[in-house]
Design a binder for this molecule. Sequence first.
Ligand SMILES: [Zn+2]
Length: 399
Amino acid sequence: MQKRMMIYTLLTLAIRLSFAGAVLLAVPLATFSQDLDDTEKMLKALSEAPGVSGYEEPAAQVFMKYLKPLTDELQRDRLGSVIAIKKGAAESPRVMIDAHLDEIGFMVKRLDENGFVKFFPLGWNFSQQLLDRRVIIHTRKGPAQKPLRVLGVLNTGPDIDEEKIIPREDMWIDVGVESRAEAEALGIQPGDPITHESEFALLANRKFLLGKAWDDRIGLGVIIGVLKNLAGAKHPNTVFATGSVQEEITLSGAKTVVEAVKPDVAITLDIDVTSDLPAYTSEDYAQPVLGKGVVIILHTSEMLPHVKLRQWVQSVADELKIPYQFMLEEGGGTDAGPIHKWNLGVPTLDLVISQRYYHAANGIIHRDDYESAVRLITEAVKRLNQNVLDELMFKPLSK
Ligand SMILES: [Zn+2]
């Protein structure tokens, strides 16, 4: 999810960040070697795959690896978005389920004479969350066409005014070299993508999943879960599961992939924030609570989700007692924006998984929210035939 307007107080942020730190310190190291079930292994692979906007290929490969045995056909569009087609009992409606492949991160802007790396953000990176963070620069110089991973630490000078937000221009990435020539010998050059370094882990309560890039790898994970369920089920439609590129910077992937899919109806998946934090209790800002179910978006600055479609999906959840929550997002925007505006309009529903710590390299999501999203979308797709869709949408006047 993109965020245009973030209204936080410095105090709130300081407490939020120290809370995040406390959570991390409380994790016994043993959790990193826990046995993982198949879903946890899949989510770990998605979370840890590097893939900032425009450099999504590693994430796309993981997504396609899981989708290949579950779908009839895999395609790409020319920008790199993934389109997986799963045929059901009817060709139409064409049901698009979309999440984005890219994660927030950076791009190398330039090297200074001492080999420090100046960087440019890809997506919204919050300055207070950056200092002292480990990052990986992916250069083109690796063996067998694979990028070389150069570890660095993102930091600033010692003269820190605690009252002031440190601008990105005063930060750099230190890769541990003595000169620009030494950095260049590693292959580092302007344009190289930079990702946050963060290992997936189950927290003390293993339903709490810690990792980077949940925005929007958890959406990709939900799509894989839905297609696993549909593998043994009947559905009266054709499903187009898409992983779009460049959501975090321009929504470009959604704009092109919707042209390729030509959907009759769409569900998009992304993340949003939670209200259940000790220092952040404004339910006017964020309404969802971690673990209480998939979140149905009521509004973003990009779009109003299709009202009849939303109410119908809600009725499916009510009937099956699938937990869900609402979020009225006052800013923000997702792939749902361009998708619902395609052609004569695509009835589109914007679903999200709530996450503690917005655009975080150490974000926390809840397994129960994942499961409720998978179940709700599976059940909706199983029921979404042409008659149901005809009832839900406005019909263009015929000539
Ligand atoms: Zn997102």
